[in-house]
Design a protein around this ligand. Structure first.
Ligand code: ADP
Ligand code: MG
Length: 224
């Protein structure tokens, strides 16, 4: 395990979970592509990062007291200029445990959910679902033992009821399945390698367009 990965895990041990900016940094170390992001602790830093990422962007609360950010109004999508960014920073800074904001590149496409957990029988497993109502209502999830190959990832995706959402449903551009299945295989290797450290991982959503597959949110729960 790389030193920076050890450092991220160590610094998150007390809280029991890894904040989104550090979780995304860790994913990047494992070669998994996330949205372009920056962690800003002051309004000035936020403005400078916004220039680098470019408007419009998504602004999210960073706080160890906020596990589910949108539940507390901690995610604002489509922030379009500096004035709006200042206003959002100011509002989020009132939330409990405020530790800055994450500025996130706006991504789009079909929403895929990737997760991992420990199965008492099979050990580390990867969960693959198609986002939105498909997972919440129909429990449309496929589970595979980690690690898995890109081909196995493809067959897991094909077993989902909502697979048409990836295939260019209602005139949308089909998802780049090569990129998505590679991402799943790489994710499963990371899951396998980190299985002594983490309890569960949630990548929700992974936004998949015709040419890009970007992890837009990441939550890593650590073993106690
Ligand atoms: P949480 O799951 O903690 O509530 P998320 O980071 O998943 O917070 O953000 C909530 C929702 O906002 C996501 O499900 C997605 O629909 C949208 N969203 C988050 N980040 C992005 C992004 N970078 N680009 C586009 N939409 C996003
Ligand atoms: Mg999320």
């Amino acid at each position: 395990m790389n030193d920076r990965v050890k450092e991220i895990i160590k610094s998150s041990a007390e809280a029991g979970w890894i904040l989104e900016p550090l979780a995304k940094e860790l994913l990047n170390i494992y070669g998994l592509s996330t949205t372009n992001f920056s962690w800003a602790k002051t309004p000035g830093q936020a403005q400078a990062s916004a220039q680098r990422i470019g408007f419009p962007l998504v602004v999210k609360i960073v706080s160890h007291q906020v596990l589910h950010k949108s539940d507390v109004g901690g995610v604002v999508v489509g922030v379009k200029d500096s004035a709006q960014l200042d206003a959002v920073f100011f509002r989020l800074s009132d939330l409990p445990g405020f530790d800055g904001v994450l500025l996130d590149e706006m991504a789009e496409g079909a929403e895929v959910i990737l997760g991992s957990k420990h199965d008492p029988q099979f050990g580390p497993v990867v969960l693959i679902g198609i986002g939105g109502t498909s997972v919440e209502i129909y429990k449309d999830v496929s589970i595979r033992m980690a690690p898995l190959t890109a081909d196995e990832a493809l067959s897991a995706l094909r077993s989902l009821k909502g697979r048409r959402l990836l295939e260019g449903y209602r005139g949308r551009t089909p998802v780049d399945m090569g990129k998505l299945t590679t991402l799943i295989a790489d994710f499963s290797r990371m899951v396998f390698e980190l299985s002594d450290q983490d309890e569960s991982i949630d990548l929700n959503p992974v936004l998949c367009s015709g040419d890009r597959t970007l992890i837009a949110d990441a939550r890593i729960m650590l073993k106690r």
